[in-house]
Design a protein around this ligand. Structure first.
Ligand code: MG
Length: 384
């Protein structure tokens, strides 16, 4: 008997995770049927993807002022189009692969409609983790993380109640063994040279400052319902151990593999099954030879401390942290500020923020907007 194909839609198919997901799906065409692809501003790539993968629906990020024709597919536009895709109960699973706050609404829509989610969007949990996880639990929706560390932890956990702590690994980024002065003078190009992972520009800058790891601590807190004090970060430059958990009896279980996003993407969309799919390189302990671990340097990477602080405060504190950092990272990528200014700016905005305890989704978006304006103003007056 032929097994039923799993029906999937990808929100953010033209980004780094989205394109790698399509590479996985190309190998698994007998296991999956693509219902919809949604892309942002790269309409050309979206068209090519649609011609190759023949989804029923294509959603173009632009508002629809310029109509687009894709043969065989119904073309949808903007946030309304995303809503339509995420409300389509034909989907068994939706991969949310956009980066930034744009991932939050589609995630909530999918949850409302009882559709399982492969989540590659950190901001969804950093901005609204309490709301999203509660709604998912109430609706019986599975959220399987694509982020490699969380995907690793997901693979290690059998019973969360028996877990004592989570151990999140960090590659340390391109400045791990550089001095603070090297970092102060780092160019955009040096910052974007990540030693292990191939990712989008914003997340690569966050990996260089370890803000990415800070956001991942917050993400882990929500996904696995763990106290911040029980979430540890360890620097592991080889990126072979993708993360680990320690059980109450002292047993440590880690997930290992070559650093490739294909594996966590495939795990998240296939869960609870496992398929052969893409195996870019097979794993060999003898070739790896050694694995190093060290404590993170909180002085050199102050973002990590700030993220723990924001997470423990909760409420809108993590919304503020995320929005201020993102605007500062964009300014850095535009060449307007230096790498270390990202922290200066983010911490200034963070320290002046009046925390709202249990913001609802509308308040979260309002606070996000307001923090972005405040951050841009600070950059313009003090740093440009
Ligand atoms: Mg990660």
């Amino acid at each position: 008997m032929e097994s039923k194909k799993r029906k999937i839609s990808i929100i953010g198919s033209t980004g780094s995770i989205g394109t790698q997901a399509l590479e996985v799906l190309e190998k698994l065409e007998d296991k999956f049927e693509i219902i919809a692809l949604a892309g942002g501003s790269n309409v050309e790539l979206l068209k090519q993807q649609a011609e190759k993968f023949k989804p029923k629906y294509v959603c173009v990020g632009k508002n629809g002022a310029e109509k687009i024709n894709i043969s065989g597919a119904q073309v949808l536009y903007g946030p309304q189009g995303l809503d339509e895709i995420c409300s389509n109960k034909e989907n068994d699973i939706i991969l949310v692969a956009v980066s930034g706050k744009i991932g939050l609404r589609p995630t909530l829509k999918a949850i409302e409609n009882g559709i399982d989610i492969a989540l590659a969007n950190k901001e969804t949990l950093v901005m609204a983790g309490d709301i999203v996880m509660k709604k998912a639990k109430d609706a019986g929706v599975k959220i399987v993380p694509v982020d490699s560390e969380h995907c690793a932890i997901h693979q290690c956990i059998k019973d969360i109640n028996q877990v004592e702590k989570l151990i999140i690994t960090a590659s340390g980024g391109p400045f791990l063994h550089k001095t603070i002065d090297d970092m102060k003078n780092a160019t955009v190009e040096e910052t974007l040279k990540h030693p292990r992972w191939n990712m989008g520009r914003k997340i690569t800058v966050d990996s260089a400052t370890l803000m990415n790891k800070g956001l991942e601590v917050i993400e882990a807190h929500h996904l696995f319902n763990m106290d911040y004090d029980d979430i540890k970060v360890v620097v592991h430059p080889q990126s072979i151990v993708h993360s680990a958990i320690e059980y109450k009896d002292g047993s440590v279980i880690a997930q290992l593999g070559v650093p490739s996003m294909h594996i966590p993407i495939q795990y998240a969309i296939s869960y609870p099954e496992r398929f052969e799919g893409i195996k870019s390189k097979s794993f060999s302990f003898s070739e790896i030879a050694r694995l190093d671990f060290e404590k993170p340097d909180f002085e050199k990477f102050p973002f990590l401390k700030l993220a723990y602080k924001a997470g423990k405060i909760g409420g809108s504190a993590t919304v503020c942290l995320n929005a201020a950092n993102e605007e500062a990272v964009f300014a850095f990528l535009r060449g307007e500020i230096k790498l270390f200014d990202i922290y200066e700016i983010t911490s200034q905005v963070f320290n002046s923020h009046n925390v709202v305890k249990n913001p609802d989704i509308d308040e979260i978006f309002e606070i996000d907007e307001q923090i972005r304006e405040q951050t841009k103003a600070l950059i313009n007056t003090k740093f440009c």
